[in-house]
Design a protein around this ligand. Structure first.
Ligand code: ADE
Length: 261
C-alpha cells in the first residue's frame, strides 16, 4: 500500500517511523511519504493561508498549494491520466465534520492501493479545492471522534496506524488481530500474565485450568459483559448471538450479579 500525507508540519508524522509501522515501511510493505505543503508555494513567505471571505475568526488554507501538492501525489494517476480501470486514490481529509472513523472503515481502507491524507490546519481548507479533488480522488472527509483537534496530523496518524496494522504481514502474529476490541463488534476480554497472584489479586482460576473450551466461553462472556456495561450502543448492532450469549445478556440487564463468576 502507498500512503501519502500532506501537512505543514511533516515532522509531526515522524512517530510513524517507530514500532510496527516503521518496520512495515523498512520491509517495503508500506510505501509512506510525507510532503510539506509549503514546498508547493512560490512566494517569499511560503504562504499557505489567508483570511476568510465573508469575515470571521481564523485563517483558511489557500486552494492552489493544496491543488499542486495533490497533483504531485497523483503523479500520472489523475482521473483520465492513470491506467484504464485503475482505482482512484482515496483522499482522506480529517475533519470533525466528517463521518466517524471506525474499525469497519479501517478494514475497508486496508485493502486500498493508495491512500492520501490531507492534514488541514487553521479553520480548514478552501472548499473549492476539496470539491475539485473529487474529480481525481475518491474523496472521504473523516472524523476520529466528536471533539476538535488543532489540525489533521494526529487524526491522520490514528487512521494510518489503525489501517496499516491490518495489512497482511504488518503484525507478526495475525492471530493477535482476532478477539480484539471492535474486531467483531465486541470489546476485548480482560488479560493477565505472570505472576498468578499479585498484591493479593489472583488471576481468574479458569485461566489456569488448561480447559480451552471453558476458557473460550469465559472470555466471550467477559467480552459480552464488558460491552453491555461500557458500550451498550454496540450491542444493538450485534449479529450471531447464541443461546448462552442471550441468556448472559438478559441476566446482565436484570442486574444479576451471579453472572460475573
Ligand atoms: N480535525 C480537527 N478535529 C478533528 C477530528 N475530531 N477528527 C478528524 N480531524 C479533525
Amino acid at each position: 500500500m502507498k500512503i501519502d500525507v500532506i501537512s505543514i508540519f511533516p515532522e509531526y508524522l515522524s512517530g510513524l517511523k517507530l514500532s510496527l509501522i516503521g518496520k512495515a515501511v523498512d520491509q517495503g510493505l508500506l510505501d509512506l511519504n510525507v510532503h510539506d505543503l509549503r514546498d508547493f508555494t512560490f512566494d517569499r513567505h511560503n504562504t499557505v493561508d489567508d483570511s476568510p471571505y465573508g469575515g470571521g475568526a481564523g485563517m483558511v488554507m489557500k486552494a492552489e498549494p493544496w491543488a499542486l501538492a495533490l497533483e504531485h501525489v497523483l503523479g500520472g494517476n489523475s482521473a483520465g491520466g492513470g491506467p484504464e480501470g485503475a482505482q482512484k486514490p482515496i483522499l482522506i481529509v480529517p475533519s470533525p465534520a466528517g463521518p466517524v472513523f471506525n474499525q469497519h472503515i479501517a478494514e475497508d481502507l486496508s485493502g486500498a492501493e493508495h491512500l492520501v491524507f490531507a492534514c488541514g490546519r487553521y479553520e480548514g481548507i478552501d472548499q473549492r479545492v476539496i470539491d475539485w479533488s473529487a474529480d481525481h480522488f475518491d474523496l472521504r472527509p473523516m472524523s476520529i471522534g466528536d471533539y476538535v483537534l488543532n489540525g489533521g496530523e494526529v487524526a491522520s496518524m490514528v487512521m494510518i496506524e489503525a489501517v496499516s496494522r491490518l495489512i497482511p504481514g504488518v503484525i507478526g502474529n495475525p492471530e493477535s488481530l482476532t478477539e480484539e476490541s471492535h474486531e467483531d463488534g465486541l470489546l476485548e476480554y480482560p488479560i493477565y500474565t505472570k505472576p498468578a497472584s499479585w498484591r493479593d489479586r489472583d488471576v481468574p482460576e479458569i485461566l489456569l485450568s488448561g480447559n480451552h473450551g471453558a476458557i473460550a466461553r469465559w472470555r466471550r462472556d467477559r467480552r459480552l459483559e464488558r460491552t453491555a456495561e461500557v458500550r451498550p450502543d454496540l450491542l444493538a448492532e450485534l449479529r450471531g448471538l447464541d443461546k448462552h450469549d442471550r441468556a448472559l445478556l438478559e441476566r446482565f440487564e436484570s442486574g444479576d450479579e451471579s453472572m460475573t463468576e
